[in-house]
Write a protein that binds this ligand. Structure first.
Ligand SMILES: Cc1cc2nc3c(=O)[nH]c(=O)nc-3n(C[C@H](O)[C@H](O)[C@H](O)COP(=O)(O)OP(=O)(O)OC[C@H]3O[C@@H](n4cnc5c(N)ncnc54)[C@H](O)[C@@H]3O)c2cc1C
Length: 447
């Protein structure tokens, strides 16, 4: 494409972005703001933007594929929501967290709740609280990355706190990898989450009315209005080139010469696209393993649990969290439905990834009824299933050494994914920050 610029005639350079999740769209948004001499093409196989944070529509409701909340510390996302003109629809509401121990509900929404937790001796309740406080004063996260989360918890809070409170959560999320999860990941999560508490220690979490899809739609519209293109329903199938440069991008809609490529899909998807000449990079990306996620989404007539977020501590339960959106979001935002996500992180070969919503429900029903004895199937008005393969990198000790840089050995290929956000957890907001950093690097590369 030719751009007239005063007396000069310059050629617009092409930037191809793989994936219209937050990482891809944020990269596009920030790059478009930095430069007027690029033509951005975002490629996305789905018909809608958003990736893991995208939405689906059911019974007049727009629901997120997976449950999302925003922390106070998620400043980059809040700024982007503001820049998109949606700040008025960012709602902050108190969120209750709890867990059931031997069918008894325990609230864990404030420090007082922790002191009331009689499954632990009083001294251990203090130690559990101390661990959260202590985390705020840690500066050297690199050395924590060489220690496992179980060892760190035992060291700071003791064996009881680990066994009763933390082990079920780590095992529920990371399964057999729980013992090797890095303490740096846990530490950062404690600090970021802790910052969402008000002066009395109660947690306030944010959401965008109508779902994050509204933000993604604004980003896409903004790109289109500035001469860029988001190609929905189109997959990138391969990158061609040498060990130092990507020359061509192949898509289901044809091939194009490449000036700059930003790969913003998940690492295993990116690895599959790389040419043989970039085999060392591919092997490096393949060293990071991912857990998949399966969510049973239930629309109910009546509330299920006592909390917004219920941590499931029963080791025999096949899920780790029960997230009742309607205990947190304003009722008018859910059109009066009780919306519950039953979430499980699973290995890539887990049979649940192939199940229908009805099959998953039947598998889960005895466990749901054990946790919530009053639950009856007649309470259900709708069942849905949401699955995704690459939802959580397995952050083992030393993960910092595996994280790929944004810049790659191919000078015009950049990688921007949630697996690089470390030691932060993969919050959408951190994806916005990654997108901004990537846009700055691409800007510098373009000169
Ligand atoms: C269960 C769950 C709960 C979560 N809860 C929260 C939360 O409460 N708060 C929060 O902030 N974050 C949360 N997250 C994390 C958040 O959803 C992700 O970190 C974020 O959405 C990742 O964005 P991304 O753009 O990096 O990746 P993705 O959203 O995975 O986007 C990658 C995109 O690349 C596309 N793609 C793949 N292959 C190709 C190809 N060959 N060609 C073109 N495109 C391709 C995909 O279709 C996808 O749209 C949660 C995630 C999960 C799974």
């Amino acid at each position: 494409m030719i751009l007239q610029c005063g007396h000069l005639t310059t050629t617009k350079r092409r930037v191809d972005i793989i994936g219209a999740g937050i990482s891809g769209l944020a990269s596009a948004w920030f790059l478009a703001r930095r430069r007027s001499d690029v033509e951005i093409h975002v490629w996305e196989p789905s018909p809608e933007p958003g990736g893991l944070a995208g939405c689906f529509h059911v019974d007049g409701l727009t629901l997120e594929n997976f449950y999302h909340h925003i922390y106070r510390r998620d400043v980059a996302l809040q700024k982007l929501i503001d820049a998109a003109g949606l700040a008025g629809d960012l709602v902050w509401r108190p969120a209750s967290t709890g867990a059931y121990y031997f069918k008894r509900p325990y609230r864990f929404s404030s420090p007082i709740d922790l002191l009331r937790f009689d499954q632990l001796p009083l001294i251990d309740r203090f130690r559990a609280g101390w661990m959260v406080l202590h985390a705020r004063f840690i500066r050297d996260w690199q050395s924590l990355d060489d220690e496992s989360a179980p060892s760190y918890i035992r060291r700071v809070a003791g064996e009881n706190v680990y066994r009763v409170m933390w082990e079920p959560l780590l095992r529920g999320k990371f399964g057999s990898a729980a013992d090797s999860v890095s303490a740096a990941w846990l530490w950062r999560k404690l600090v970021d989450r802790g910052a969402s508490r008000d002066s009395r220690g109660n947690e306030l979490l944010g959401y965008l009315r109508g779902g994050l899809i509204r933000l993604f739609d604004v980003l896409v519209a903004h790109l289109a209005a500035n001469g860029h293109v988001v190609h929905f329903g189109t997959r990138v199938t391969a990158l061609e080139g040498s060990s130092t440069r990507v020359d061509r991008i192949d898509t289901t809609d044809g091939a194009h010469d490449a000036d700059v490529v930003i790969a913003a899909a998940q690492l295993p998807d990116i690895a599959r696209l790389l040419p043989e000449s970039l085999a060392p990079l591919r092997e490096r990306l393949e060293r990071i393993e991912f857990l998949a996620n399966v969510c049973l989404v239930m629309l109910l007539r009546k509330s299920l649990s006592d909390f917004y977020w219920t941590n499931v501590t029963d080791p025999s339960a096949p899920f780790v969290g029960v997230i009742e959106q309607s205990h947190w979001a304003a009722p008018e935002d859910l059109a009066g439905h009780h919306v519950v996500y039953v979430s499980a992180y699973v290995p890539q070969d887990d049979p649940r990834l192939q199940m229908t919503a009805d099959e998953l429900f039947e598998t889960y029903l005895p466990h749901i009824q054990r946790l919530f004895p009053q639950f009856d199937r007649s309470n259900v008005t709708r069942l849905l299933i949401r699955t995704a393969r690459y939802t959580q990198p397995i952050v083992r000790t030393g993960y910092r050494h595996l994280v790929p840089d944004i810049a790659t050995p191919a000078e015009n290929l950049f990688i921007c994914t949630m697996a690089q956000i470390y030691p932060h957890d993969r919050q959408v907001s951190n994806g916005v920050e990654m997108g901004e950093k990537t846009a700055a690097l691409v800007d510098r590369y373009l000169g």
